[in-house]
Design a protein around this ligand. Structure first.
Ligand code: GLN
Length: 193
């Protein structure tokens, strides 16, 4: 049976996540049917969810106005997996210190937007990630800093700062795992080790 995978698609990079989810599923002998989510009523049928990067203020505003936000929270309360990357992590966090972002509180972390500099300061670095073998090529683009970690597990650090965290079924990364051909972070988030 095919997995029903939802990618929040109100704004941000969607197709790269869809490809990575399909690849991660294939690697486990599964198939995934991808649905792009722009309105309410779809999340409840999803087995797994991805919250992509983009602009967290826009993503937050649209998932609230479309009624998608409470559905994502119910998805997590049901113990189903979520991968939240970059702007997705900002929205999923407990607090982003920005009134324009209504945080969903899916991850017990505080974040600081754009703390790694501007677009031109983007960089890629191989990182050790708990649960993965070889280092993961991690792309940072106007990435958030995870400034405080409450009851969450830190899976990866860069320069002594957490950049991948997990709370139960929710995994968040400051970086963009969908921007390399390596789908192991998606595999870890959706299928476990
Ligand atoms: N800087 C963006 C924000 O604050 C996130 C950047 C990204 O997702 N690449 O929302």
């Amino acid at each position: 049976m095919s997995l029903n995978a939802g990618v929040i698609a109100v704004q941000g990079d969607v197709s790269e996540h869809a490809d990575a989810i399909r690849q991660a599923a294939t690697d486990r002998g599964e198939t995934a049917e991808i649905t792009e989510i722009r309105q309410s009523g779809i999340v409840p049928d999803c087995d797994l969810l991805c919250m992509p990067g983009g602009e967290s203020t826009a993503i937050s505003r649209l998932i609230q106005s479309e009624g998608i936000a409470p559905e994502i929270q119910a998805h997590v309360e049901a113990g189903k997996p979520v991968l939240a990357t970059c702007a997705g992590l900002i929205v999923a966090a407990e607090d982003a210190g920005d009134d324009r972002v209504e945080n969903l509180g899916l991850l017990d972390v505080t974040v600081e937007r754009n703390a790694f500099g501007r677009q031109k300061d983007s960089f890629e670095v191989p990182l050790s990630v708990t649960g993965l073998g070889e280092p993961f090529p991690s792309v940072f683009i106007r990435a958030p800093l995870i400034s405080g970690v409450g009851d969450a597990d830190v899976l990866a650090e860069w320069d002594g700062r957490p950049v991948a965290v997990q709370n139960g079924s929710v995994l968040g990364t400051s970086f963009h795992p969908e921007l390399t051909p390596d789908s192991r972070i998606h595999g870890l988030a959706f299928f476990g080790e």
